[in-house]
Design a protein. Structure first.
Length: 322
């Protein structure tokens, strides 16, 4: 059975309740949950019947216990989660505008996950990457580690790739996570040079390379397989042997919350590729799931709202994503 390692950080999520804020007042009602871009992808991968482990560090507190229990309940593997005494997970708050677009506020500078690349257990975790068919992480993942930590991670991914592991990089860019854009551009270039599949968007890349055309942005990415999501619900694909444009089906329900649209797209894309589908069919699956997710509040939609499972050609080996 194909397996995926998702690397990153899960935080405590405070989400503004519908109608919770009063006009002219700073207060309001918030619901508490857990979320993070790569964790969201891991949950959706598990729901799509992909074997997935989440690689991160948590504290030894009650909130971290709740996270572990929630991930296990979703079918996300937690054997690679390191627990650190006296530490806590990070926290973020989501505020939404009338169109469902979100704004994030973070409290994460001392979160346990930031230490994952500098622990006694780090070598064991990094060596384990060779046992997975796919390693998936995002730019947010890379932003929480220091430069030596990123170098250790990239070196481990390169070793794993020699044994057939595929590296999928998602350019989920948040400017506040980087000391400056020059550092971000340098790290992105290193990830692009290593990745087998890059999932990106105009929103992410134009923040780093303002004013460039779609062709110029895509030319910056040498990876053999590229999914470039535009501002409208369209993806431009580049893959060995061809290119394609994939449009999402028209929305039939109102957009409620765009949180995790990209994360769910990534999960459906990876799951379809591991199941033997080509890039075009995988992008179609990504658009379908993302179109469902944005019709519900929060990053993780109810289980009953997931689309019916579609059977793909079976793929039990690492060759599926090549």
């Amino acid at each position: 059975m194909a397996s995926v390692a998702c690397i990153g950080e899960c935080m405590v999520e405070l989400r503004q309740a519908q109608g919770g804020a009063s006009a002219g007042q700073g207060g309001g009602l918030y619901s508490r949950g857990f979320g993070g871009d790569t964790l969201n992808t891991a949950v959706y991968l598990a729901r799509l019947e992909i074997k997935v482990d989440y690689l991160t560090a948590l504290g030894d507190d009650g909130l971290s216990d709740e996270m572990i229990a929630a991930w296990n309940a979703e079918g996300v593997g937690t054997r690679r989660v390191v627990r650190l005494a006296g530490k806590l997970p990070g926290l973020y708050m989501i505020q939404l505008d009338a169109k469902g677009e979100r704004q994030f506020f973070h409290w994460r500078d001392s979160a346990a996950a930031r230490q994952l690349m500098s622990l006694p257990e780090t070598d064991e975790i990094l060596n384990s990457l060779m046992s997975y068919d796919v390693v998936y992480l995002s730019a947010i993942t890379l932003s929480i580690y220091d430069a030596p930590g990123r170098e250790r991670l990239f070196a481990a991914i390169k070793r794993a790739r020699l044994l057939g592991t595929r590296f999928v990089f998602d350019t989920n860019f948040r400017a506040r996570g980087w000391p400056d854009r020059d550092v971000a551009r340098e790290v992105f270039a290193a990830a692009f040079a290593t990745a087998d599949i890059v999932l990106t968007s105009t929103e992410d890349l134009l923040a780093l390379y303002p004013g460039e055309s779609h062709d110029q942005l895509m030319a910056r990415i040498p990876s053999p397989e590229l999914v470039f999501r535009l501002a409208e619900p369209v993806s431009l694909l580049r893959f060995p042997g061809g290119t394609s444009e994939v449009r999402a089906e028209p929305m039939t329900k109102p957009v409620v919350d765009t949180t995790a649209a990209g994360d769910s797209f990534a999960a459906a894309y990876i799951a379809a590729r591991l199941a033997g589908s080509g890039p075009v069919e995988a992008a179609q699956a990504g658009h379908r799931l993302a179109s469902l997710v944005i019709c519900y509040p929060g990053a993780i939609i109810p289980g009953y709202a997931m689309p019916p499972k579609k059977r793909h050609r079976p793929a039990a080996s690492r060759q599926a994503t090549k």
